[in-house]
Write a protein that binds this ligand. Structure first.
Ligand code: RB5
Length: 155
């Protein structure tokens, strides 16, 4: 399994620890940065990881910024991305089982490293359940694909 990981300047240390954690599990990890403590705009890494996921270059993505909010918002602008920012393993697991998330995000200023590891672990081990959940995901995809239409065209 190949995972892309990205972060901003406040999350370098957590990114490094999560990268090591994933590699210990035998996963291939592609780090898109940043690895420079200079102020860094999180949409850059959010977008890079998102495109790697939708292109199939990687199987999943992990994004970390101060809160996980900005970087997941950026990723979610890419069609086909379902990025979930969370602070607990339960939400992480359910986000895969019910929402088929393809990126997990969290905040280096919000949670500690052990919680972050548990989140990643639960998320990677969870499986999408399909069934009734697919109807809802199809509805989300339809919203995404019709945003360029005017109200009249949508009818
Ligand atoms: C950086 O100061 C901070 O805004 C960023 O890491 C993140 O929390 C944004 O959502």
């Amino acid at each position: 399994m190949r995972i892309a990981i990205g972060n901003d300047h406040v999350a370098i240390e957590m990114k490094n620890e999560i990268t090591a954690f994933l590699k210990e599990k035998g996963l291939e990890v592609i780090d898109v940065g940043t690895n420079n403590p200079e102020r860094f705009n999180y949409p850059i890494s959010g977008y890079k990881v998102a495109k790697m996921v939708t292109s199939g270059e990687v199987d999943a993505g992990v994004l970390i910024c101060g809160t996980g909010v900005g970087i997941s918002l950026a990723a979610n602008k890419v069609h086909g991305i379902r990025a979930c920012v969370c602070s607990d393993p339960y939400t992480a697991r359910l986000s895969k089982q019910h929402n088929n998330t393809n990126i997990i995000a969290f905040g280096a200023r919000v949670i500690g490293i052990e919680t972050a590891k548990m989140i990643v672990e639960e998320w990677l081990n969870a499986e999408y359940e399909g069934g009734r959940h697919q109807t809802r995901i199809d509805m989300i995809t339809e919203i995404e694909q019709t945003q360029h239409l005017t109200a009249a065209e949508e009818e």
